[in-house]
Ligand binder design. Structure first.
Ligand code: CUA
Length: 314
């Protein structure tokens, strides 16, 4: 991730970001010049026309046509420039080029899911071809979220029951941060994702292999891939930190693991298996019973891979 950005935003990472920055700095510097000019004139006149004696009576003020025309015409021209420039950019940002590559985006509490035309699905990681327009077709499964990629200067609300879209062209192979910028609940600030842009050929390989083939990997590595692809990473950390759900670090084999109903269990394979397939069956003490039941249809191999991965996190 480039950190050569400015105080305002990270380094521009998309084809249009430079043009948006140019417009921003135009408005910014015009404002600085006007501000300094107004304040300087104010200070100067306050001093020049100060009251010199108690007997002083000011002259009546007469209008100056030239002065009035200037302060009408100059701001009008500036505002029209900003309007036309901004409107043109707004259209460029709003209408994706017809050859854009389309990816489905689903926002839900509290993760981002990406689906490719061939069915490849990822969570928290949007892989895109660099130097090619990409159009995101977005909707939400629950509340309003907002998809924001600062480096691309694009932000769009993601709504339930309706599609919104946004497009960008990543200017280089790199990684960029995605934020949710619409308050959507307790884990709103943790609703993050990354955009990974790569050369077209690498991208084609990646998407064809279904985002990296699971069969060829050792179980623990396949489990690690599933951990991010299925979105486990949105709620379970692997470094011991507390998120919505318990951390996976040091979980395997833990004895006297306290449950909400007061019982304790040993976190062995069968406990982990049940916790994935029927999350409500045994809820860990101090954590809400919020894990979706949607993992019930994972295959035997996938469950085993996830357990192997958890086992490796000692
Ligand atoms: Cu999703 Cu904030």
């Amino acid at each position: 991730m480039g950190d050569k950005g400015t105080v305002w935003l990270p380094e521009a990472g998309s084809a249009l970001a430079g043009e948006i920055d140019a417009l921003f700095y135009f408005v910014y510097w015009v404002s600085v010049v006007i501000f300094v000019g107004v304040v300087a004139a104010m200070v100067y006149f306050t001093w020049k026309y100060r009251r010199r004696s108690a007997a002083e009576r000011p002259e009546p003020v007469h209008e100056s046509k030239l002065l009035e025309m200037t302060w009408i015409v100059v701001p009008t021209i500036l505002v029209l420039i900003v309007f036309t420039w901004g409107f043109r950019l707004y259209l460029d940002l709003g209408v994706a080029p017809p050859d854009a590559y389309e990816i489905r985006v689903t926002g839900k509490k509290w993760l981002w899911e990406f689906e490719y035309p061939n069915g490849t699905t990822t969570v928290g990681e949007l892989v895109v071809p660099a130097n090619r327009p990409v159009k995101l077709q977005m909707s939400s499964e629950d509340v309003i979220h907002s998809f924001f990629v600062p480096a691309f200067r694009v932000k769009q609300d993601v709504l339930p029951n309706r599609y919104t879209s946004v497009w960008f062209e990543a200017a280089r192979a790199d990684t960029f941060q995605v934020f949710c910028t619409e308050y959507c609940g307790t884990q709103h600030s943790g609703m993050l994702a990354r955009v990974v842009s790569m050369p077209q050929e690498s991208f084609d390989d990646w998407v064809e292999s279904g985002g990296g083939s699971l069969e060829e990997l050792p179980p623990a590595e396949a489990g690690e891939l599933l951990y991010s692809r299925l979105g486990c990473n949105a709620c379970h950390s692997v470094d011991g930190s507390r998120m919505v759900g318990p951390t996976f670090q040091g979980l395997y084999g833990k004895e006297g693991h306290a449950m909400a109903d007061g019982s304790t269990v040993v976190a062995d394979e069968n406990y982990l298996r049940q916790s994935i397939l029927q999350p409500g069956a045994q809820v860990v003490e101090g954590y809400p019973n919020v894990m979706p039941a949607s993992y019930a249809n994972l295959t035997e191999d996938e469950v085993s891979a996830l357990i192997a991965y958890i086992e490796s996190l000692q």
